[in-house]
Design a protein around this ligand. Structure first.
Ligand code: GTP
Ligand code: SPV
Ligand code: MN
Length: 612
């Protein structure tokens, strides 16, 4: 980085734009004091403030390429695109090493790992101490949500990784404007990231909700180190939301425009790698397109929601880009996502095609490259190798503005009004294609009992069914029982303006292990039913678990799926659900006194209905 200058003066904060001397990005004392404290701890060779300028980012890209941290891809085919490979032991979130460090253990609850805060600080500081020696400290001021939105919040991440800087510059709004908006305020979230030496044994992702602080050490993988994302926008923000009366959820947000030009918004919570990005960007089936239906993406992973002046629930996407799963993304499954990744994108842990310096992943097309390097960095021949070219949790980091179906409301400071909330999981059996909850509290119950097969998004076994309430099991920053209570409370606050709550399951398997429902774009057929239910335009069949569609009310036009097959995935088997109820009861047992009475009542009524 030729333009960088080392600066030892405490307040001399230069940028790479060539500004010299005492240029300061902020006078905010709480920010400057904390940075001094962290600087003394980690001992960097220099400090570089990220001002958000393209010149500075371009200099950092060049530096990352010069050290091999990133590879510049074919700029004709993939302009502004780069490839990065993480360490092979550092490819997913590490739930076992993720901690909520609330003062009281009880406040972290039974579903989180907990560490006593003073002990945690000591342990983390011991690991972090001196770890920036020979490295640069990058200071990233970032906003979660459109800068200046009443729903937005500000954080500062310190990192010794250019990869993190460049990803944060895609995933969030970074730079001078953020600090200008912050002014003298002390209301911001501290985030310290230290790569250290990527020692898996000393890897910790720790959250101090009472201190608005996140510390992440010994990882370089997305969800562990892009601290604005899961750490802030879900774990810290869920805690803030509980205290301030709003919600931070692991949800996509999409708008469905009908042929009359009216747009209705839906938020949906599915566990990691269970279809949020795909649903958020779906392409309507031909018949719907012809009629004039359009789908607009507001967000694919996180929603911050608050009661608006009109009493409805309004949502923003706090992110500015997509950190999406690469494998399986193709021209057919998600052309919008694919198009989004064709420029200005950082690919992580995908295969590198050496013939034309592009990227490839399983499920992109049927022509794997012959002359390639796999995600581990080894020579790879996709036509003969039995190894995977891309890691199953390989990802793209792409700017939201690239998305062909990005919503015109994406930058809206007020967000969008939510008509329906969907919970969904990956379940081979048990859960029907779609059902509607009986009312808000029953909907909270439906969210709380979500179960899904685990995926490669987190380290550990894949394909094991586990309870993942509201898709927030790994992301709730406080006691999950209190979180359920907060959901119940939000229902009271919203009253009859509350969104209707549904459950979907795109993943039912037949006896040969094939998906029964075509999924992807065809999921719009289910969303149409959901919106009709919200408007009271269509009837439904009452079952023990909620309302399921009459098969005739799901539009199958243009689909190679017969009514009998559809009926088979709309069926609710009371015997299977009676077994399920036992599992729910056992799961609920974890929460003791913290389980809201409303949910106990819901479980009891479910059991009664099943016994009938
Ligand atoms: P995170 O970014 O990890 O939070 O995940 P996500 O929920 O955004 O997951 P994503 O949309 O990337 O889905 C990943 C996986 O789900 C891929 O393997 C997709 O092929 C698969 N998938 C998505 N939608 C569908 C669907 O409708 N049907 C089927 N069968 N698979 C789907
Ligand atoms: C998830 O795992 O739910 C993700 C990817 O969205 S990460 O940012 O790694 O958490
Ligand atoms: Mn996610």
């Amino acid at each position: 980085m030729q333009t960088a200058r080392v600066c030892n003066n405490k307040v001399c904060l230069f940028t790479l734009r060539g500004r010299k001397g005492n240029y300061r990005m902020t006078n905010n004392k709480s920010v400057l004091n904390w940075i001094e404290e962290m600087k003394a701890l980690v001992n960097p060779d220099q400090v570089v403030w990220i001002d958000g300028s393209e010149e500075q980012l371009e200099a950092l890209r060049a530096e990352a390429c010069s050290t091999g941290e990133m590879i510049k891809l074919n700029q004709d085919k993939l302009p502004g695109c780069y490839l990065h490979r993480t360490a092979v032991n550092d490819v997913a979130r590490v739930e076992d090493r993720t901690f909520i460090c609330s003062r009281k253990e009880e406040d972290a609850g039974p579903t989180n790992h907990w560490k006593e805060p003073q002990e945690a600080y000591k342990m983390l500081y011991d690991i972090a101490r001196g770890s920036y020696k020979g490295r640069t400290m990058y200071v990233i001021p970032y906003s979660m949500g459109p800068i200046g939105s009443p729903l937005a919040k500000i954080g500062i991440e310190l990192t010794d990784s250019i990869y993190v800087v460049l990803n944060m510059a895609i995933m969030t709004r970074v730079g001078q404007k953020v600090l200008d908006t912050l002014g003298d305020s002390e209301d911001w979230v501290k985030g310290l990231h230290c790569k250290c030496d990527i020692d898996a044994e000393k890897r910790y992702i720790c959250h101090f909700p009472e201190d608005n602080t996140i510390i992440s050490v010994n990882s370089g993988y997305g969800g562990n180190v892009l601290l604005g994302k899961k750490c802030f926008a879900l774990r810290i923000a869920s805690y803030l939301g509980k205290n301030e009366g709003w919600m931070a959820e692991h949800m996509l947000i999409l708008g469905i425009e009908n042929p009359k030009g009216e747009i209705k918004y839906i938020a949906a919570a599915f566990p990691s790698a269970c279809g949020k990005t795909n649903l958020a960007m779906l392409i309507p089936p031909a018949g719907y397109k012809a009629k004039g239906y359009k789908v607009w993406c507001v967000g694919d992973d996180i929603a911050w929601m608050r009661k608006g002046p009109d009493g409805r629930l309004w949502a923003i996407n706090p992110e500015n880009g997509f950190f999406g799963v690469a494998p399986g993304t193709n021209e057919k499954s998600n052309p919008n996502a694919l198009a989004t990744t064709r420029k200005g994108t950082i690919f992580t842990n995908v295969a590198h095609n050496l013939d034309d310096n592009t990227v490839w992943w399983e499920g992109l097309d049927k022509n794997p490259p012959k002359n390639a390097v796999d995600w581990k960095g080894n020579p790879w021949d996709g036509t003969t190798s039995t190894e995977k070219g891309a890691h199953p949790n390989s990802r793209f980091t792409a700017p939201a503005k690239n998305c062909p179906c990005i919503s015109s409301e994406f930058e809206s400071v007020t967000g969008v009004p939510i008509s329906a909330i969907i919970f969904g999981g990956r379940r081979a059996k048990t859960a029907p294609l779609v059902y509607q909850s009986r009312d808000w509290n029953n909907g909270v119950f439906v969210g709380s009992i979500m179960a899904s097969e685990t995926t490669a998004a987190a380290a550990g076994a894949v394909g094991v069914v586990r309870r993942d309430p509201m898709a927030m099991l790994p992301f709730c920053g406080y006691h999950m029982g209190d979180y359920f209570a907060h959901w119940i409370e939000m229902g009271k606050v919203l009253g009859d303006k509350a969104p209707k709550i549904f459950n979907t399951n795109w993943f039912r398997l037949d006896d040969e292990g094939h998906f029964i429902w075509p999924g992807f774009g065809d999921n719009l057929r289910v969303l149409e039913w959901i919106l009709k239910r919200c408007e009271g335009e269509v009837d439904a069949k009452e079952t023990a678990i909620g309302y399921v569609p009459n098969a005739d009310d799901i539009n199958l036009e243009g689909l190679d799926l017969d009514k009998a097959t559809l009926e088979s995935i709309l069926e609710v088997d009371n015997d299977v659900w009676a077994e399920e109820a036992k599992g729910i009861e056992e799961f609920y047992g974890k929460f003791g006194d913290k389980l809201p009475q409303e949910l106990k009542d819901q479980l009891n009524s479910l059991k009664e209905r099943l016994a009938k």
